[in-house]
Ligand binder design. Structure first.
Ligand code: GLC
Length: 814
């Protein structure tokens, strides 16, 4: 396949040009209950089918695949199903769970059909391919099929037309064509008019995805290894295959509530006095904030796990006072350990043989912030335990969260101008499972290994408390260990806009807890950019303002009174929405679907949404349309099918419709889907527990119909401990129905392991026709209250008293 006309193509990517690269004809077949092994002229293919439908295809150019246990795939997700094998028409036909896989005997070319007989995957010409340095595949990609996923990538939502390299890199230039960045999630999601599928290629070393860059109607994958281990998931729609992928690689644990509040960072708040000043200003100005990040200056000479004795002489006292004032502290940690014989972490790392080596057996010394530094071997459980242990000085001082940076890993001895090489050199090795391996083979897992070690530290020092770990580098499955931020963006309007499709595709790639540096990391934000970005950031899962050391101040009050007021408003709205946001996180943990969602996920039949890059859903009900250019006071918004309400004014729109939304600097266009109930609370300086008091149910009726209504599950618990995993939580299904009789709101407690201590709740309607009287009753049959909706500013409010112990409630009004 020719890719030479593609500007984005990296010349170092392996390519497959000739028929000689094919695996050749099938020479023999072995069949057991759940597995078929085919041996070709060149290499072998093992096919295993699991419940899903999920087909695993492992091709190796060797006799047997040389696979290490996966860090990404959960073994419990692999439930084998029996495979039947038949031969005929020059091919082998494997059938399992309604899926038929055909392998041509002469070429090894594969195709997959589903139970309805639809063609779901087809090799172009040959089966698996191999060349000197890589193995790969080339498959049909019809022009009606759209491509998504691939983790953290630049470019638009739809990924066709480019080559993407999976190789974690410390890449601070996020230009539209720049690739790769820090994270590698090798999952390709495709959706066509017929159905959707996801192909996960479990390749922790270097791999490449060419999504039809040569415009030949194909995609190709090449993995720089002897084995290509892949999982094909089939569904009707993207949502289904994303959920299957979530089962395969695991879901994010429910984060502590405080980590969903606003987080403030700078590289760095350099002294105790500066930190106190920042904290005091937040409280004085009544701008909600839960977290302060300590960047590398808190350390003693950038030695990880130390405190600078002059800048932060009494960390425990400082952190305890901050906590009393509702501020949690998250400290940055880099993997590079300063090579300093007088430094305890280095000494114990050397004594315990915890660092990566060179092939000559010496400990590798690279260069990062502290100067010469060694890299822990996070692939050894023993070294992960050692790393976890090192967190003691941080947890003893009262640190609440850990921010893992530079873990691609970044190495300043590499090629500054070619950031894929800004990492330890080729001759660096690490021991994994008792065998010494080139670090490059494990490269994309380095950050995940570090995050595993950090979670271990939480288990050790904070048992029973939900960890908060933030990471820059990661791989498939990273969501089980850490939230992800997208690294060193710039204060450019373009970078704010580019972060939307990047975060959306991360979400489709299983990573739900994500965000970009609000305001931009490098460069100086303008007041206008900052105001727009903080408004948008308030509606992203991870919400943190951060900026580099050589930039002007980027705190919410750094841009004058008007922008400060806007920041206060947007952050406060986020806090008022925490019952909704937290419940959406709980939902995402259950179903594996993202919190920040491309619109096509929920409106799959609308072709206008397939590559919509400047609008999205935050949670399942809230449509966000950020303003992404300077000088605007309005914004074009496309509202898909259904009823939509302006979040700010309550004005009703009937979709599908193109509207021009009012968007002065103080307004971000937001719309609520008709049929939704959005639980809110009163904003506070900082979060406390997820027992929502007061609880305000904002109700947005849909068009009258006798349909089943829409449901939202409200999640409540203590907000910080792991007790909820033992049942200490409350789940309430909230359903809104609209029919000729009027509106019915039903609350049904489906799990009652936590008492939020509420004695009333309010139901709030958007402005419009006077709703008049309501009747409310607790089940079974206990009249709770009734009355009329009262007008409060421009909303209609009904206060409903709750009888203790009532675990269901119905409210009706006309
Ligand atoms: C890296 C991180 C950035 C951090 C800086 C200093 O550039 O991406 O967030 O502020 O290092 O630690």
């Amino acid at each position: 396949m020719s890719t030479t006309d593609n500007l984005f193509y990296d010349e170092s990517a392996p390519r497959f040009f000739s028929v000689d690269d094919g695996c050749g004809p099938v020479l023999s077949v072995e069949h057991s209950e759940a597995e078929v092994v085919l041996r070709f002229g060149l290499g072998s293919l093992r096919i295993t089918c699991y419940r899903g439908p999920l087909v695993r295809m492992t091709y190796s150019r060797r006799e047997e695949p040389d696979l290490l246990p996966s860090y990404a795939v959960l073994s419990e997700a692999l439930v084998p199903v029996p495979v039947a094998l038949q031969e005929g028409d020059g091919a082998y036909h494997l059938t399992a769970d309604g899926v038929t896989l055909t392998v041509q005997q002469d070429s090894g070319a594969l195709c997959v059909r589903d139970s309805a007989g639809r063609l779901r995957m087809a090799d172009r010409e040959h089966g698996f391919l191999r060349c000197e340095t890589a193995v790969g595949l080339v498959r049909e990609l019809d022009e009606s099929v759209r491509s998504y996923g691939l983790g953290e990538k630049t470019g638009f939502l739809e990924k066709r037309g480019r080559v993407y390299h999976m190789w974690n890199s410390d890449e601070p230039q996020h230009h539209p064509a720049r690739d790769p960045l820090y994270q590698s999630v090798p999952v390709l999601i495709t959706e066509g008019p017929q159905a959707a599928s996801a192909l996960f290629v479990d390749a922790p070393g270097s791999s490449w995805f060419d999504i039809d860059s040569g415009r030949e109607g194909v995609y190709s994958v090449s993995v720089e290894a002897d084995t290509l281990d892949s999982y094909l998931m089939l569904g009707e729609r993207t949502a289904e295959v994303v959920a299957l992928y979530g089962k395969l690689t695991g879901q994010m644990p429910l984060p502590p509530l405080w980590s969903l509040g606003y987080q403030q960072s700078r590289y760095s708040y350099e002294t105790e006095a500066e930190v106190r000043e920042i904290a005091r200003t937040f409280r004085e100005k009544k701008i909600p904030c839960d977290v302060l990040h300590f960047d590398i200056h808190y350390m003693d000479g950038y030695r990880v796990f130390t405190w600078d004795p002059l800048r932060f002489p009494r960390p425990a006292q400082l952190l305890s006072e901050l906590l009393q004032d509702g501020f949690r502290v998250v400290t940055i940690i880099d993997p590079g350990v300063k090579a300093d014989p007088g430094y305890a972490v280095y000494k114990s790392g050397m004594e315990g043989n915890h660092f990566c080596h060179r092939t000559d057996g010496t400990v590798y010394v690279g260069r990062v912030w502290p100067g010469e530094a060694c890299y822990p071997n996070f692939f050894s459980p023993r070294s992960r335990d050692w790393w976890a242990e090192q967190h003691r000085p941080l947890f003893n001082a009262g640190v609440s969260g850990i921010w893992n940076d530079m873990n691609e890993p970044s190495d300043f001895t590499g090629d500054f101008f070619h950031r894929s090489s800004f990492t330890p050199p080729q001759d660096v090795v690490a021991e994994r499972d008792g065998i010494i391996r080139p670090l490059s083979e494990l490269h994309n897992l380095y950050g995940v290994g570090m995050n595993m070690a950090t979670r271990r530290a939480f288990e050790q020092y904070r048992p029973g408390v939900r960890p908060f770990v933030l990471t820059r580098a990661g791989y498939a499955g990273v969501q089980r260990y850490a939230a992800v931020w997208t690294g060193d963006n710039h204060s450019y309007w373009e970078h704010m806009a580019a972060s939307i499709p990047m975060l959306l595709n991360l979400g489709l790639s299983g990573v739900a807890f994500t965000g970009a540096d609000v305001g931009g990391f490098q460069h100086n934000a303008t007041a206008e950019l900052f105001a727009r970005w903080i408004a948008y950031g308030a509606f992203t899962p991870f919400f943190r303002g951060h900026t580099a050391n050589d930039t002007q101040r980027h705190e919410p009050w750094s841009f004058g009174r008007e922008v400060e007021e806007i920041a206060r408003k947007m952050i406060s709205v986020r806090y008022s929405l925490l019952p909704y946001i937290y419940s959406e996180f709980a939902r995402s943990r259950r179903d594996g679907l993202p919190v920040m969602r491309p619109l096509f996920l929920d409106y799959p039949d609308d072709p206008r949404l397939c590559n919509l890059n400047d609008q999205y859903l935050f949670g399942t009900s809230l449509l966000v349309a950020p303003v992404l250019q300077p000088g605007k006071v309005t914004r074009e918004v496309y509202l898909p099918e259904g009823v939509w309400y302006d979040f700010w004014t309550g004005t009703r729109h009937d979709g599908p419709a193109d509207i021009v939304a009012r968007a002065p600097l103080s307004v971000i266009p937001l719309f609520v889907a008709g049929g939704s109930v959005i639980p809110r609370t009163r904003p506070a300086d900082h979060t406390k527990s997820a027992a929502w008091n007061p609880l305000e149910l904002y109700v947005y009726p849909s068009r009258g119909s006798a349909g089943a209504g829409t449901s939202f599950t409200l999640h409540e618990d203590d907000g910080f401990s792991t007790a909820w995993t033992e049942g200490s939580y409350r789940s309430t299904d909230i359903t809104l129905r609209t029919d000729e009789e009027g509106h019915t709101l039903e609350l049904l407690v489906t799990h009652d392991g936590f008492d939020p201590g509420r004695t009333s709740l309010s139901v709030i309607l958007p402005p419009g026709r006077d709703p008049g009287a309501y009747r409310a009753r607790g089940m079974p049959g206990t009249e709770v209250s009734g009355g009329t909706f009262e007008k409060r500013e421009n909303e209609w409010v009904a206060e409903i008293a709750l009888v203790p112990g009532t675990n269901s409630l119905t409210a009706r009004w006309k």
